[in-house]
Every structure is written in structure tokens, then in C-alpha cells.
Design a protein around this ligand. Structure first.
Ligand SMILES: Cc1cc2nc3c(=O)[nH]c(=O)nc-3n(C[C@H](O)[C@H](O)[C@H](O)COP(=O)(O)O)c2cc1C
Length: 372
């Protein structure tokens, strides 16, 4: 049955239609973007976290991507109060997924290793320094302590940790997993030549620097079977350098994305600040999402700036609805992820669907202080 309201802007109507994404039936094509909230003391999600995600599912969101969650390796953590995806936290994640399902939503946890953003003194093992592809991996941050290059055994353990977390997600009833391969964290540090100076099989040309991500995906595939949906989030930019590029040209981007597709990624999630901007401006209007689809044939989640444009609210990253409609009409993405607009207003989707966008609660930084 269609989730379409009569009052929605006709050009946006396809967003509110059901879709099957990598085998997962979604009631519409809007996802909640992964957003770290830092409300999980000692890594434990609590009832407030269950209610937070339940509210977005009750608000009609088709797919929820969780905030980044730490995989079961002691080097994964750089920030306090991020939820674990292992140990005692799993019992509470079960309540989250059950609540989301009861409200008609689907959900993937986002699996995260923060790479060389870690410093000695951080939990769960304060003696462990930040680990990255090479000793210089955090030269591009302001952190005082240098990263230590991962040993071969640590690489194997971290890959196994991703696989274990994904198998737990599947066992708990999650609809898939998302691997955080973006924004300059561990996987992206392996991709980037500046943070990956390894001279063994995990470093070198673009194909070699992609090997770690490929190994993570292969291990998840092996632990979850052939059909479990795996979304891979990538970005051209890194927080260490917003002008950095995974691929300067479509061909270079394909050298990263195609091996990931071959290894078993089911969905690509293209993290951009303004998703409607051209991916390669010299080559026309096509968005990065459109290029990812063209280069791999995979289903695509686009994100960045959707829903922030409202009467009276000025946000540099805001996407006027025209900007959503055009790449949507060109078929450049399958699902649109919405971050801050949904953080501010759990009912954002219902209001948009009814054509009442003027009643959406606008995002501001005070929304980060509570978990509503
Ligand atoms: C508070 C906050 C926390 C975020 N945490 C994550 C995260 O844990 N993982 C991730 O991949 N992206 C994270 N992001 C980026 C969002 O997923 C999204 O890409 C970004 O906010 C742009 O989408 P928007 O314009 O719809 O908000 C975060 C963004 C915000 C605002």
C-alpha cells in the first residue's frame, strides 16, 4: 500500500512511496542519518535511547541508521558515552530494534572504529594508544599524542570485531548493518594516502589502500551470509581535510567503490554536506550519489542538507525542495537520509508528507543537549 498523501508536493511524491532496498521492504524512501548523541554512559544504551529511536519510527521514517556504535575492539573508542555494539549493551539494542519494528520501521546499526582519534587514557583500556594504519595517521589532527601503526594481528582482530558486531546485529533482528567508512575514521584512514603510509599489503596504490575495507566487508559477509544487507558509508572529504578526495575522477572513485561492491556491499551511502551538488563539477550535474550508482549499479542512500530549508530558518547547508526533486527525478539515489531535521523534529516526515513543512521544528544546536 502506498504511503502517499494527497497534499505532498507532487515532485516529492516518490520519496513517500515504498521501496525494497537490498531486500529490505521500506514503507518510504526516507532514512534517518546516523548521528552520534553521546548519551550512553559506559557505552550502555538505556530506555531514553530506545524511546528516541522509537519516536522516529513512529514518525514514519522508513529506515533508521543508528548513531555510530563501537565494534568490540578496545582501540575502537575515542569519545565517551558512545554506545557499544557488544557485551551488555546488546540486550538493550534488542529493545531498540523491537521498538522500531513495532512502530513499522527498519533499522541498521552503524559500526564504527574511530581510528587515530583515540589517545592514551581513553576507555575501555586506558593504556592503549590510538591505532591507525601508520604512525603518522593523526598528523592531520591537533591531537598531541602520535598514533601507533596497527600490527598485523591488530588488523586481523579489528576485522574480526566488525564481523562479530554484524553477526550480533543479525542475531538481534536488525535489518542490516552500516559500516562507517567515511569522515577520516579508521577505514577512511586506510583509504587516504596521507594517513596510510604502510609499505605492506595494506598500503600503496589506491587498490592496496582499499584492501582493509574489502577485508572488513568480506568478513561481515562471511559472518552473516549472502543476503544480509551491508551499507557502506563513504565520503570524498575527511574531517582532517575537507578538500581531500577519495577519487579525483570517476575512474579513481571506481577503483575504491567497485572492489567494495565485489566484496559484498549491498548499498552505498554517499556522505556529502549538500547532496544535490555535482559530484564532479567539470563533468555535469550528476551528484556524487548518481556517480556512485553509475559506477557500481548498487542501490544508493544520499544525504546532506535535506529538510533544513524552512521559512524563517537560514542554514548554509539547507536544501530547498527543488534540489531534492531534481536528482530524485533523475533517479540518482534510492533513499534520502535526513539528519538534523529529524533530530530536531521526530515528526518531520509526517509533516512533510502532509505538505506542512512550515510546522517542522527547525534544528539548532540546543537540540544536541537532550535526547528527545
Ligand atoms: C549531531 C550529529 C552527529 C553525527 N554523527 C554521525 C555519526 O555517528 N556517523 C556518521 O556517519 N555521521 C554522523 N553525522 C553526519 C550525519 O549523518 C549527516 O551526514 C549530516 O548531518 C548531514 O545530513 P543533514 O544535513 O541532513 O543533517 C552526524 C551529524 C550530526 C549533526
Amino acid at each position: 500500500m502506498s504511503d502517499l498523501s494527497v497534499s505532498v508536493d507532487r515532485r516529492l511524491a516518490p520519496l513517500f512511496e515504498p521501496i525494497t532496498l537490498a531486500g529490505v521492504p521500506l514503507r518510504n524512501r526516507v532514512a534517518m542519518a546516523p548521528m552520534s548523541r553521546y548519551f550512553c554512559k559506559d557505552g550502555q544504551p538505556h530506555q531514553g535511547v530506545v524511546d528516541y529511536y522509537r519516536r522516529r519510527a513512529a514518525g514514519g521514517v522508513g529506515l533508521i541508521l543508528s548513531e555510530g556504535t563501537y565494534i568490540p575492539h578496545p582501540s575502537a573508542a575515542s569519545y565517551e558515552n558512545v554506545p557499544h555494539f557488544y557485551g551488555a549493551a546488546l540486550e538493550q539494542w534488542k529493545h531498540v530494534i523491537d521498538a522500531v519494528h513495532l512502530a513499522g520501521g527498519r533499522m541498521f546499526p552503524q559500526l564504527w572504529h574511530t581510528g587515530s582519534f583515540r589517545q592514551t587514557g581513553m576507555g575501555p583500556d586506558p593504556s592503549l594508544p590510538g591505532l591507525g594504519p601508520s604512525d603518522n595517521s593523526n598528523d592531520f589532527t591537533n591531537l598531541p599524542e602520535r598514533t601507533r601503526a596497527m600490527t598485523e594481528a591488530e588488523i586481523a582482530d579489528v576485522i574480526a570485531a566488525y564481523a562479530a558486531a554484524a553477526a550480533d546485529a543479525q542475531r538481534l533482528g536488525f535489518d542490516g548493518v552500516e559500516v562507517h567508512g567515511a569522515h577520516g575514521y579508521l577505514i577512511d584512514e586506510f583509504f587516504w594516502a596521507n594517513t596510510n603510509r604502510r609499505t605492506d599489503e595494506w598500503g600503496g596504490d589506491r587498490a592496496a589502500r582499499t584492501r582493509f575495507a574489502v577485508a572488513v566487508i568480506r568478513a561481515i559477509r562471511a559472518s552473516t551470509g549472502p543476503d544480509f544487507p551491508i551499507s557502506f558509508r563513504f565520503s570524498q572529504w575527511k574531517q582532517q581535510d575537507y578538500t581531500a578526495k577519495l577519487g579525483e575522477t570517476p575512474d579513481e572513485l571506481a577503483q575504491v567503490l567497485r572492489p567494495l561492491a565485489d566484496a559484498g556491499v549491498s548499498i552505498l551511502h554517499c556522505s556529502t554536506r549538500r547532496f544535490w551538488e555535482p559530484g564532479f563539477p567539470d563533468l555535469g550535474e550528476m551528484t556524487l550519489a548518481g556517480w556512485a550508482k553509475k559506477l557500481t549499479g548498487l542501490p544508493i542512500i544520499a544525504v546532506g542538507g535535506a529538510g533544513l530549508d524552512r521559512p524563517g530558518i537560514k542554514d548554509a547547508a539547507a536544501a530547498p525542495l527543488d534540489h531534492v526533486a531534481e536528482p530524485l527525478a533523475r533517479g540518482e539515489f534510492d533513499v534520502l537520509a535526513v539528519g538534523r531535521a529529524l533530530l530536531a523534529d521526530p515528526d518531520w516526515l509526517q509533516k512533510m508528507r502532509m505538505g506542512h513543512e512550515d510546522t517542522c521544528l527547525g534544528y539548532n544546536k540546543s537540540h544536541l543537549e537532550t535526547l528527545f
